[in-house]
Design a protein around this ligand. Structure first.
Ligand code: NCD
Length: 402
């Protein structure tokens, strides 16, 4: 929250915001189903498996005209508000495409100057107004906790028997990005699933992975390497939280030696208490147990330095930093295992070039596939939140036997 900004006065919700995460989760849940998606800790293994299955069904149905039409009827009676007051192309378009696949009508506010916020309407009033017109609110905001406060406001309305709709956090401040974690996880699950059908490139990698007998299927028992802006990368925070639920994980965090870019001690202790073996380094060339960290990596997650969060002092200090140890050069790609997926939430920084375009044709590159997976994973989330899973199963069975 920005206390200097009266438009975002969340003080009424402060006692709820101050609770431990496990207490909060109950507020975002409805029996067996999510009520809102606010933080990555809600993405429990059972739910991730269910959403992955829905996403696979949706992608299969979307391929043929007849089944695609059935998909488009599934939620054609619903409307979504995309309230994105922070720059976004991928997440915005991916949610819009997900809505279109399911027949949901979308409307958008991208610039608060075009809304009544210019007339000093509070952010909370704007959201409450949207809930009168729409059936789901998907929001991205630079204000931390905004989506969480909206979920509390919806719950309060529900308890007063007033209209309440699901809220989806599509990125808030530098703290959480649960739907990116969902699609990243779905990509990892597909990468390490040895029986799922896939594209020819995916099948080739699948065959390759089978020649590593020690490699288990699924996300457990892997070494994940996260590189870049570890401190402020909300995608890293959310994905690491989700992956930590699976056993025998090793996580290596590589970031420049600067106070705001390194692993947040709160996240570190959360990961360690979940049983993750955590290692931190200041270069992709570092060694662990005598071997290069890249050669031990099962899955690489690159990120850009998030300059938009810099203070004036940060910008000055960061101008002095040598960022070459955080660039994935071809020589470094050469050290990775033959099957190791190379991921990035995008956008990549075309000046720093943490991911030079020369590596785009490497078969391990996942970032474009990741974006496409995001569309299916977000459609699956909408089906779940809008209680249409049963309808989807029935529609699917009309076209496919398995
Ligand atoms: C990320 C974000 O906005 O947090 N991008 C995304 O949602 N695909 C990462 C970033 O901006 O660097």
């Amino acid at each position: 929250m920005n206390p200097a900004d009266p438009l975002s006065d969340f003080s009424a919700f402060q006692p709820l915001l101050d609770r431990p995460i496990e207490d909060k989760l109950r507020d975002f849940q409805r029996e067996q189903r999510l009520k809102h998606l606010i933080c990555a800790a809600q993405l429990k293994p059972d739910l991730l498996t269910r959403l992955g299955r829905l996403a696979d069904m949706i992608r299969r149905m979307a391929r043929e005209r007849e089944s695609n039409l059935a998909l488009r009827q599934l939620l054609s009676h619903k409307r979504a508000m995309l309230y994105f007051t922070q720059p976004s192309t991928r997440t915005f378009l991916s949610f819009m495409a997900a809505c279109q696949i399911l027949g949901i009508t979308c409307n958008e506010v991208r610039d608060p100057k075009t809304s009544s916020e210019i007339k000093r309407e509070s952010h909370m009033d704007s959201i409450r107004m949207f809930s009168s017109y729409f059936d789901v609110i998907i929001m991205r905001s630079p204000i931390a906790n905004f989506a969480e406060c909206c979920a509390y406001m919806m719950n309060r309305q529900e308890s007063q028997e007033m209209r309440s709709v699901p809220t989806i956090n599509a990125g808030s401040g530098s703290d959480e990005h649960p739907t990116q974690a969902l699609l990243d996880f779905y990509t990892i699950q597909r990468s390490f699933s040895f029986d799922a059908e896939g594209t020819p490139a995916e099948s080739r990698l699948k065959t390759l992975r089978q020649s590593y007998p020690e490699l288990q299927s699924g996300p457990a028992g892997k070494t994940y390497l996260f590189c870049g802006d570890i401190g402020r990368g909300r995608t890293v925070r959310s994905l690491a939280t989700v992956l930590a639920q699976y056993s025998s994980q090793r996580m290596i965090f590589v970031s420049p030696d600067h106070a705001v870019l390194g692993l947040d001690p709160v996240l570190r202790s959360r990961l360690v208490s979940a049983g993750v073996s955590v290692h931190e380094f200041n270069s992709l060339d570092a060694k662990l147990n005598g071997h290069s960290i890249l050669s031990q990596t099962d899955c690489l997650y690159m990120t850009r330095i998030q300059r938009e969060h810099n203070s004036a002092a940060d910008s000055k200090e960061m101008a002095e930093l040598d960022l070459s140890p955080f660039q994935l050069t071809q020589q470094r790609v050469g050290q990775l295992k033959e099957f190791s997926p190379i991921m990035h939430p995008f956008p990549r920084d075309s000046v720093v070039q943490e991911l030079p375009t020369q590596i785009d044709s490497d078969p391990r590159v996942m970032y474009f596939r990741q974006a496409r997976n995001g569309m299916w994973a977000r459609a699956a989330l909408l089906v779940h939140l809008l209680d249409a899973s049963e309808g989807l199963f029935m529609a699917y069975r009309r076209f496919f036997r398995d």
